[in-house]
Design a protein around this ligand. Structure first.
Ligand SMILES: Cc1cc2nc3c(=O)[nH]c(=O)nc-3n(C[C@H](O)[C@H](O)[C@H](O)COP(=O)(O)OP(=O)(O)OC[C@H]3O[C@@H](n4cnc5c(N)ncnc54)[C@H](O)[C@@H]3O)c2cc1C
Length: 448
């Protein structure tokens, strides 16, 4: 019997996927006996905040991900569709009916036995010791609000001093939306990998206009359970700026050693961009964590020279979270590298969002089922939405690893020949590649 710990988005998919393929599952969920600070009910797959599963449009990254999830036997997406409420192009759901329906389906499945209690480190260690046999695999899907003792156990397994209990994520932009006539490539004092960093140079007026807008912008208040305990170097830029209008240009935005080719001098201040993936299609704004509200955040960040037309695939957030450093700790099947048979699924892996977390539950169930059947686990093609998420979890590019939603920048570029190809055409080519390669893979390598 496989044990799945946590019946949120990932755990529900993992239990369902395994049971539907004939494997008995024990699904252990601590609610309602012990609640997290955000959940309100004892239902499985509860939506803790918004009721949106993002876009339903087929020609969008979340749309493609949903199509792939359905092809791999998802329970979350069809149940969401069954309880859809008006939401424009988004898949918005009636949260109560949706979660009640998932709970009922899992409770009634003949191969799933549900246990309602919190699993602690001692029990999880015992389960991990039996997990070498694929039929007794263990899936940890306890999410961003994992109980502290279990999170500490997990940190021990991954060799991390701590998991990321507090998440200070810098915004990320699509590389081709950065104005390269203003932004220049250079590592500080020319050290390190030449063009690893891109630099957005401020002059004096631009810098102070940015600081004024940053200080005036509305910020997201902390939730009750989110007492801010910043790691050094993770302070929001607005807090640093509030100490003095020059403090950012002597800290996170210091320009020293960066020569602007347009002036031959160091700029007044510089915001650096660092690649987020080895294809360099995404860049994060270095040390730019912020709690500015999302609407105003884009407006303020677009005041940064070179980012006027930036397309943000992720905005800055600082919130309670728990996730592991997947590129170091997980293999492509979501198994802990140093604990065979122990899988991690959901937001704990370093994806972000209901749908992405559910997808990682599907992938864990798929990997385990193949192993139980004695079949090879063939990773989904890089061009697909699943492949793109897994590539984010496996990419060893030096970066501050942070949770990521599915977005255009994660899909690999398709070679469309020389000349400037409009973005819309490039995106359609990415989707066409995702569809055809996923379809070929799912009818061969993914067949059970
Ligand atoms: C406050 C908050 C707001 C969010 N808002 C959004 C949003 O609006 N949209 C969005 O897409 N994403 C949002 N997210 C991210 C969201 O949590 C994830 O996208 C998604 O719920 C994660 O799925 P999961 O399966 O990994 O974890 P969860 O859905 O959280 O499921 C984990 C389950 O494990 C259980 N559990 C924890 N520890 C134990 C234990 N020791 N033993 C047994 N059971 C345990 C929990 O009770 C929970 O049911 C938000 C996250 C937080 C924290």
């Amino acid at each position: 019997m496989v044990t799945v710990v946590g019946a949120g988005f990932a755990g529900s998919e993992a239990a369902w996927g395994l049971a539907q393929r004939g494997t008995p599952v024990r699904l252990v969920e601590m609610r309602p006996h012990r609640m997290t600070p955000a959940h309100q009910t004892g239902d499985f797959s509860e939506l803790v905040c918004s009721n949106s599963f993002k876009s339903r449009e087929a020609d969008s990254p979340p749309g493609q991900l949903k199509a792939e999830m359905v092809a791999l036997g998802s329970i979350v997406i069809p149940t969401g569709e069954a309880h859809r409420v008006p939401g424009g192009t988004a898949l918005a759901v009636d949260r109560e009916k949706y979660a009640a329906s998932i709970t009922q389906a899992l409770n009634e499945h003949p191969l799933i036995s549900v246990e309602r209690r919190a699993i602690g480190p001692q029990e999880v260690e015992e389960l991990a010791q039996q997990a070498g046999d694929p039929a007794h695999s263990l899936v940890i899907a306890t999410g961003p609000l994992t109980t502290e003792d279990l999170a500490t156990w997990l940190a021990g397994q991954t060799g991390q001093e701590h998991l990321y209990f507090f998440d200070a994520v810098s915004p990320t932009v699509e590389a081709d939306s950065v104005n390269r006539e203003i932004v220049f490539a250079e590592s500080r004092y020319g050290k390190g990998g030449g063009d690893d960093y891109l630099n957005c140079p401020f002059n004096k007026e631009e810098y102070y206009a940015f600081i004024d807008a940053l200080l005036a912008a509305d910020k997201v208040p902390f939730k009750e359970f989110e007492e801010p305990k910043y790691f050094e170097g993770c302070k929001p830029i607005e807090e640093i700026a509030a100490k003095g209008r020059d403090s950012l240009r002597f800290g996170n935005f210091k320009p020293v050693g960066l020569t602007d080719p347009r002036t031959g001098r160091w700029p007044y201040a510089a915001l650096q961009l660092r690649p987020e993936n080895k294809e360099k299609t995404l860049y994060s704004l270095v040390a730019c964590q912020t709690r500015m509200k999302w609407g105003v955040q884009q407006q303020v960040l677009r005041m940064v020279p070179g980012l006027t037309d930036a397309e943000f695939v992720r905005l800055g957030v600082i919130h309670r979270n728990t996730y592991i450093e997947a590129p170091k700790a997980l293999d492509p099947t979501l198994q802990l590298r140093n604990r065979p048979g122990v899988y991690v699924a959901g937001q704990l892996t370093g994806v972000e969002g209901y749908v992405e977390s559910a997808a990682m539950g599907i992938w864990a169930a798929h990997s385990i089922s193949r192993r139980i059947a004695g079949a090879e686990v063939v990773p989904p093609p890089r061009a697909s939405a699943f492949g793109s998420l897994i590539s984010h979890l496996q990419d060893e590019t030096e970066r501050e690893f942070a949770p990521m939603n599915i977005n255009w920048g994660l899909f690999p570029e398709v070679d469309l020949g020389p000349g400037k190809i409009p973005k819309s055409e490039r995106r359609l080519a990415k989707l066409a590649a995702a569809r055809s390669e996923f379809s070929a893979w799912s009818t061969t390598a993914a067949e059970m």
